[in-house]
Ligand binder design. Structure first.
Ligand code: FEO
Length: 427
């Protein structure tokens, strides 16, 4: 990796990771970048960092040297966020230099001591709060803004006043490794930008969605800043159109609890011969109304992608096979995870494949309603079931019509509820 010039006196260092699960949970088929930034005035500050895995901090130190700087030149180490993907490098750092000032919120400084033993014996602890500034000389001034719980409690953003560059760490980040020669939005094609936006949706759904309330508060603070360059801890640097990723994050924070997109996610379990015709009927029903439907079979599909789909969907369908559990565990786990991530305010229905088992299917429907309601209430998910959801026998025709009804409700913003019964017939 090579360092790159972001703007006058600001440089981006970066390391990439591939072939692992981020946080031990989230797939990275396209890798991921961890960005760190040097702000060079008379004094040198480094903002955020990289993980501490083998060879990664050394990559950062090498880029420092390529820039003609020495790690010993660092006066300020600014920690916007303490999660180890941005701070693991502090362990090797403290083995080669000391005496720098560690700049962070008081909570973050406590974590730095606890995680890495960084205390007054190694560095000067420099607590900051919203509005505090550090003048680096030569016109470079850092200002700090606390943005707690995006997605850890100690989080802040740093703003460089002369270049109007915001360093928000995880906020506005994405999965996906940057091409070394093209880390900026002004170097990317529309399809490449769309790729990073899609990976930002998945990143938000996986990492940040449960904190959409604090994200909205952070956006209010950030709205007061004149941002010319947005330099996040993950993903590309936005210097042509930073408003594009800010607006995407604004929509994602909204969709988390109050989705507006007329899209449907269908989760189904079971076997293809048994469930396939019903799944196809649902797909045909959505397409018949011109509504996009994302189909995921569980447990084969990783929850990372299910969260991403449901984040952008205001409708959800569950396709349930008749089995020993009323709600088979892969579907129960998926619904539970959606609750944990606070994906609230969806419209939904489920269909049960119980062909030839009609009396048992009717009893099973009652048990299903209980089980689904239990999970929805546990997380106060505010999911609204279509009135037609409790019918005892789900034929292909009924699933097709139910999906059409759901699609029409989503297109109409939920205003045509009565039409559902009209389409599928009262049970
Ligand atoms: Fe990129 Fe929350 O760490």
């Amino acid at each position: 990796m090579k360092y790159s010039n972001v703007t006058d006196g600001i440089y981006r260092l970066s390391a990439h990771i591939h072939d692992l699960l981020f946080e031990g949970m989230w797939p990275l088929p396209h890798g991921m970048s961890m960005n760190s930034y040097i702000v060079q005035g008379k004094e040198i500050a480094i903002i955020d960092g990289v993980c501490g895995w083998d060879g990664v901090p050394e990559t950062l130190f090498r880029q420092f040297e390529e820039r003609g700087l020495s790690v010993q030149d660092i006066r300020y180490v600014v920690l916007n966020h303490m999660e180890p993907d941005h701070t693991g490098w502090l362990v090797p750092l403290k083995q080669i230099t000391r005496g720098f000032e560690l700049v962070a919120t008081p909570k973050a400084l406590r974590l730095a001591k606890s995680f890495f033993g960084l205390d007054e014996s190694f560095c000067t602890l420099h607590p900051v709060k919203s509005g505090d500034r550090i003048d680096l000389g030569k016109g470079k001034v850092l200002r700090f803004e606390e943005i707690p719980n995006v997605h850890w409690p100690e989080t802040m953003a740093t703003y460089e006043e002369s270049s109007r560059t915001l360093f928000p760490c995880d906020a506005f980040g994405s999965f996906g490794a940057i091409r070394e020669e093209a880390p900026f939005d002004d170097q990317l094609s529309e399809s490449e930008l769309a790729f990073f936006e899609e990976e930002a949706v998945r990143y938000f759904a996986n990492i940040v969605a449960a904190f959409s309330g604090p994200v909205k508060k952070a956006l209010e603070k950030i709205d007061s800043l004149d941002i010319r360059v947005l330099a996040p801890g993950h993903g590309i640097v936005w210097r042509k159109n930073p408003g594009r990723i800010v607006e995407l994050y604004r929509r994602l924070a909204e969709w988390s609890t109050d989705p507006t997109e007329p899209e449907i996610t269908l989760l189904w379990a079971g076997t293809e011969p048994s469930m396939g015709p019903l799944v196809k009927a649902a797909v045909d029903g959505a397409h018949g109304e011109g509504v996009q439907i994302h189909v995921h079979k569980v447990p084969e599909t990783h929850i990372s992608y299910i969260l991403s789909s449901v984040l952008r969907s205001s409708g959800v369908i569950m396709g349930i096979p008749y089995s020993s559990d009323p709600l088979p565990s892969p579907l129960a786990h998926a619904l539970d995870d959606l609750g944990r991530k606070r994906m609230t305010g969806r419209k939904f229905f489920w269909f049960l494949q119980a062909k030839g088992l009609e009396p048992e299917g009717e009893q099973r429907s009652e048990a299903l309603v209980e089980e689904i309601d239990r999970i929805l209430e546990k997380y106060q998910m505010r999911w609204e079931a279509l009135e037609s959801a409790h019918i005892p026998r789900h034929t292909e025709e009924i699933v097709y019509q139910q999906t059409r009804a759901l699609a029409m409700e989503l297109l109409a913003g939920g205003a045509i509820k009565g039409h559902v019964q009209e389409l599928v017939g009262a049970p």
